[in-house]
Design a protein around this ligand. Structure first.
Ligand SMILES: NC(=O)c1ccc[n+]([C@@H]2O[C@H](COP(=O)([O-])OP(=O)(O)OC[C@H]3O[C@@H](n4cnc5c(N)ncnc54)[C@H](O)[C@@H]3O)[C@@H](O)[C@H]2O)c1
Length: 264
């Protein structure tokens, strides 16, 4: 049984009511759980994802939860045109955008020398270019409003140099750098930019990985002092705080949700 049922986090975040939130990669995994958390907090949602089938299913579930339409944009967000289309879909539907969660990503986890040029490029595209294009498209909207919350999903592995994560960490480290730079640039425009950096998190993909490479997966879990991976709801809880109006004085931070695997 999960040590932290998602329902335990089901309280309402009053700071979120009627805010408009975009979650990239919101069709599956952590992204879907973040979207559901924000919907339960009272936000209106828009989703972008390359997985069109799962995107439609996720949007339908979120419409039921939030009671609002959930506009979607299907496509590879590492291409500028798809990122622009996602921001336009949310803006068109709701007339404003308060929150962007750059969650799209995922590793091609492999020893560095076993990567191919294609897997290296995919790793950077998925985890860094998606965030760059979405930030570029959303920032003019947030600046006009004088209000915005950008929350990136980075990775705690950047801090501890986890086995087989060099290429992935290059991309996520880029995202951590994007966070501090944008935070400073737009701090006086009402826009905060932060990153949540998870350690190994219990997703269906992690379960698959544990099955395929149990020894390596066990090493990932052994470095977590609490002795278990994060639950997706625990990542979503930190995102909910950083995405809220309440977090106005927190910007340029990379906050690990990691069971103590790195400290400070
Ligand atoms: N699961 C973990 O242990 C873990 C740990 C640290 C960080 N993260 C990060 O958390 C985020 C979510 O991970 P997850 O485990 O839920 O992965 P996931 O694969 O279950 O979900 C990622 C989602 O992003 C979408 N996506 C990927 N590339 C895309 C692109 N170019 N354009 C549009 N959509 C795209 C996928 O279709 C999918 O729906 C990722 O950024 C990942 O790097 C995960």
């Amino acid at each position: 049984m999960s040590p932290v049922p998602a329902s335990d986090f089901g309280f309402s975040n009053e700071w979120m009511k009627d805010r408009v939130a975009i979650v990239t990669g919101g069709a599956n995994g952590i992204g879907y759980v973040i979207a559901e958390r924000l919907a339960r907090d009272g936000a209106k949602l828009a989703l972008g994802d390359v997985d069109e089938t799962a995107l439609g299913q996720a949007a339908a579930r979120l419409e039921e939860i939030s009671g609002h339409p959930v506009p979607t944009a299907a496509g590879d967000l590492a291409e500028e045109a798809h990122a622009t289309a996602l921001i336009a879909a949310a803006q068109g539907a709701f007339g404003r955008i308060d929150i962007l969660v750059n969650n799209a990503g995922g590793g091609v986890i492999s020893p560095f020398l076993e990567h191919t040029p294609e897997t290296l490029k995919t790793t950077i595209d998925r985890n860094l270019w998606t965030a760059i294009w979405c930030c570029r498209a959303v920032l003019p909207v947030m600046i006009d409003q004088g209000y915005g919350r950008i929350v990136n999903i980075g990775a705690d592995s950047v801090r501890n140099g986890l086995w087989d994560h060099a290429a992935y960490n290059a991309a996520k480290g880029g995202m951590h750098g994007l966070t501090t730079g944008l935070a400073r640039e737009f701090a006086d425009r009402g826009v905060t930019v932060n990153t949540v950096a998870p350690c190994a998190t219990r997703t269906p993909q992690l379960d698959d990985y544990i099955e395929k490479s149990p020894d390596v997966a066990q090493k990932f879990i052994d470095i977590i002092p609490t002795g278990r991976p994060a639950e997706m709801a625990e990542i979503a809880s930190m995102v909910s705080y950083l995405a809220s109006a309440e977090a106005a004085f927190v910007t340029g931070q990379v906050i690990s949700v990691n069971g103590g695997s790195t400290m400070l």
